[in-house]
Design a protein around this ligand. Sequence first.
Ligand code: XMP
Length: 512
Amino acid sequence: SILIIDFGSQVTQLIARRVREAGVYCEIVPFQLADEGFERMQPKGVIFSGGPDSVTREGSPRAPQAVFDSGVPILAICYGQQTLCTQIGGSVEGGHHREFGRADVEILKASPLFEGFWEVGKKYPVWMSHGDRVTRLPDGFEVIGTSPNAPFAISVNEDKRYYTTMFHPEVVHTPDGAKLLSNFVHKIVGLKADWSMAAYRAEMVQKIRDQVGSGKVICALSGGVDSSVAALLIHEAIGDQLSCILVDHGLMRMNEAADVVAMFHEHYNLNLKMVDASDRFISQLEGEADPETKRKTIGRLFIEVFEEEARKIGGADFLAQGTLYPDVIESVSFSGGPSVTIKSHHNVGGLPERMNMQLVEPLRELFKDEVRALGRELGLPDSFIGRHPFPGPGLAIRCPGGISREKLDILRQADAIYLDEIRKAGLYDTIWQAFAVLLPVQTVGVMGDGRTYEFVCALRAVTSVDGMTADFFPYDMDFLGKTATRIINEVKGINRVVYDVTSKPPGTIEWE
Ligand code: XMP
């Protein structure tokens, strides 16, 4: 395996993705825990990430001495290059403002690092990080790639198999970066491409059996991809020792809860109980307009209902959760202090503490796209795996200004028509997330011979990679016109439709 030591770069996760895409297992460990991680993993190679600090600052992060002592190959990127050089006898000069930018690196000498795609004497685009500079290389190093602003753009010690780049191979702006990382893990470290979902599945099944023994596990299945894949994997490992509970809070899309239950019952012999708690949720949310109160109420009720159901089936020893790798990394990262809460997304955050159970988290090591691949491996249909993300509080946060059962019904119908049109137009997979919002505004309209005074429906569709930033989707006007007409004609209670053309930032994807 490969150990990635995280010095706090914004793009460290991309290193892990590229390495895994190359078929090699890797883990990211923050620099404070790198000693322990190195000892535990016994990796065959190590990658040092970039980072925001300056190695010239006293107390700035360093790599564990054990890594150098072990003799394993190292790839050191940006800040990693500087700490490596500082730690083994080079010098670094500080005081430069760190900035990212495109640069062209000229190759001076052949190396296994770029064998097969970069030739001596030619120039190639890379994404550079200018900041502190290495001014003297440690003994045994030579420069094999250079650029006007970064004379030591690529410097290496081929004997020790230490490779350093001042640019970031992990980002897409370095077009050949993925190949470079692949060469490092295959040609230099010598690992085979054997990390696959089939291998992961088999390994995880064994791990779950070892952890759970003859214990009982419960899982809150939401119908989302993560909890579904987690449940299927655990089911494969321990069969009927797993019980799943789907709490229908009445805030799902049209027919959603029933469809999910039907799929699991038909195709998998999963022990799944659906609890219709919609009256309880909606009566407590009735008239509630504050977005954060809605989220908290839903979170609290969810835990209550789930606990009651768990008690009815005689409790359990373990709680299954679909925690993903990015959540794990975020929770140990050392970024500069707490960030502002824009929205409290972790709807059921308190569940494990409250229920005092051990966690089974079979997806802890996976990225979202890997979870999808594992889902496919477990036989989940593509239509299920490719579904748009859906927020835990569901339609409650798409009904600004006071919830009522009637409004939820109107919204559900409009949303179903909108998604139907998107599917018919073949746009569903191009769009990252699309939904309708029912505005708390009534407007005047005319239908037939009569005056109407009904609600406004806003349509939203965005493209995104990870939900952190997003652009509104540029439909053609015919599509919007046709969809609006259908909604107004078919949904009683809506007489006007508008399209949201806000990107994120400054907007967010959901309206509240
Ligand atoms: P925002 O609105 O913050 O949404 O731009 C980013 C992504 O997160 C989803 N979202 C939520 N998911 N609980 C969730 O589980 C929430 O409270 C919540 N709020 C937003 C949103 O649908 C989008 O995919």
